[in-house]
Design a binder for this molecule. Structure first.
Ligand SMILES: Cc1ncc(C[n+]2csc(CCOP(=O)(O)OP(=O)(O)O)c2C)c(N)n1
Ligand SMILES: [Mg+2]
Length: 438
């Protein structure tokens, strides 16, 4: 066998004796339970200091916005700078009303889960602006591809509370017939796509829908919401590639609430760059926005919507925010993060900020706020009582068991037919007396 010639790399290998061993970096959150919290390292720019490029600019012109933070509301609760959307106070009050409603709804549904009326619930506390203010900047028939924390959009679009609660209780009034996990709503009428438990699947679907809208020569655009943790999924990257290649009329909203259940954002790459900056590598416009500033969120979404509707292409918006409560009713964040984080979060609370802005404008006061909160709680209570007539978890008032095989295929394929017959037979053997709902 011929002798292998010496390669330059082999000689280099001989000289490596003095080099350090290779190591990996494993991200670790800064604060664990019991740690004092200091967010002083976060760069929070002054409100009004960010330039607003032309909506039809080249994607690369948004580079500064990808590392900055678009902010409109100052510490004095007044609006500043070129991103101020200059909304009529009436619109701001409507926005505050949606905030109050989603908060009242979240509170009651959370309690309902603790009382055993449903198996599962997810709040969006602290993130209300990222969905409600953003959706208000879209047309009401633009297509929404949500994740599971955008209940605010359904409320903003006027979906009946009682239908939401029926779905949460999986009762006989549930329009989805108990086939989805509680809170995974969908409504064609409200242009609100089915929520999927498989993270990030909604992102390529939104891009595909936007491409179809363009192919048809329509004027509706698509907007999707995805958590920062979920951007680590391959689907998100396929979505970005397709969106960029075909200049799809789509808005990719990345909600960076710092946590993905118990994994901090470092595991999705937050220690290396911003989520907004990822847009640039694909040739997509990017904006990083203060997600707790309702005016800034509205303005960013409006910029992206105008861009998409005028065939300027896709935009990726990173909403920099904080998940103030647990991931879901199945979670207990005191086990993995400092309880102090919520209070120390430097961008405050979106509801309080909008309320204080309206008060600063002389368009609102604390008494009206208290009355609004009370009215929302009452409306949710009435809807809850109404939904409870249709049944709650464990009371058997759900859609009949056998119906779970219906509606998916026009004609049930033979193997599902076999499965359904077997399932029904087994159930009859197990419960010969019959059970409600069988
Ligand atoms: C493909 C897939 N992987 C993992 C999960 C389990 N899971 C559900 S929610 C979640 C965290 C997602 O965090 P993030 O995307 O930041 O959204 P957030 O909950 O913060 O809104 C995980 C890991 C899942 N549902 N689907
Ligand atoms: Mg998250």
């Amino acid at each position: 066998m011929a002798k292998r010639p010496i390669e330059a790399g082999d000689q280099a290998a001989d000289n490596r004796a003095n080099q350090p061993s290779l190591t990996l970096h494993v991200p670790e959150p800064t604060y664990r339970p019991g740690d004092p919290v200091d967010f002083a390292h976060l760069e929070i720019p002054d409100a009004g200091n960010q330039a607003r490029p032309d909506e039809q600019c080249e994607a690369k012109e948004t580079l500064p916005l990808c590392y900055d933070l678009v902010r409109v509301l100052g510490d004095d609760n007044k609006a500043y700078g070129p991103w101020d959307p200059k909304l009529d106070p009436e619109i701001l009050r409507t926005m505050l009303g949606h905030f109050a409603m989603v908060r009242a709804f979240d509170e009651r549904m959370f309690r309902g889960q603790r009382q055993g009326k449903t198996s599962f619930y997810m709040k969006c506390t602290g993130e209300e602006a990222t969905s409600i203010s953003a959706a208000m900047a879209l047309a009401s028939d633009d297509m929404i591809f949500p994740s599971y924390r955008q209940q605010g959009i359904l409320i903003q679009r006027g979906y009946p509370l009682v239908d939401m609660i029926n779905q949460i209780y999986s009762n006989k009034g549930d329009k989805l017939k108990g086939r989805q996990l509680p809170i995974m709503y969908s409504s064609r009428k409200h242009s609100f796509f089915s929520i999927s438990g498989n993270l990030a699947t909604q992102t390529p679907q939104a891009v595909g829908w936007a491409m179809a809208s363009a192919i048809k020569g329509d004027t509706r655009i698509a907007a999707t919401w995805v958590g920062e943790g979920s951007t680590a999924e391959g689907d998100f990257h396929s979505a970005c590639t397709f969106a960029a290649v075909y200049n799809a009329p789509v808005i990719l909203n990345v909600v960076n609430n710092q946590w993905a259940i118990s994994s901090f954002s470092g595991f999705a790459g937050a220690e290396r760059t911003t989520f907004a900056a990822r847009a640039l590598g694909y040739g997509i416009a990017g904006i990083r926005v203060d997600g707790n500033d309702p005016l800034a969120v509205y303005a960013a979404e409006q910029w992206a919507a105008n861009r998409a509707r005028a065939n300027g292409g896709p935009t990726l918006i990173e909403h920099f925010t904080y998940r103030a409560e647990g991931h879901s009713t199945s979670d207990d964040p005191s086990g993995y993060r400092s309880a102090q984080e919520r209070d120390e979060w430097p961008l405050g609370d979106p509801v309080t900020r909008l309320k204080n802005h309206l008060i600063a404008l002389g368009e609102w006061d604390e008494d009206r706020q208290a009355a609004m909160d009370l009215a929302c709680a009452e409306e949710v209570k009435v809807a809850t009582k109404q939904a409870e007539q249709n049944g709650i978890l464990g009371h058997g008032l759900h859609h009949p068991f056998r119906t779970m095989f219906e509606d998916v295929f026009e004609e049930l394929p033979w193997h599902l037919k076999e499965q359904s017959e077997q399932a029904i037979r087994e159930r009859e053997t197990k419960f010969p007396e019959g059970r409600p709902g069988t």
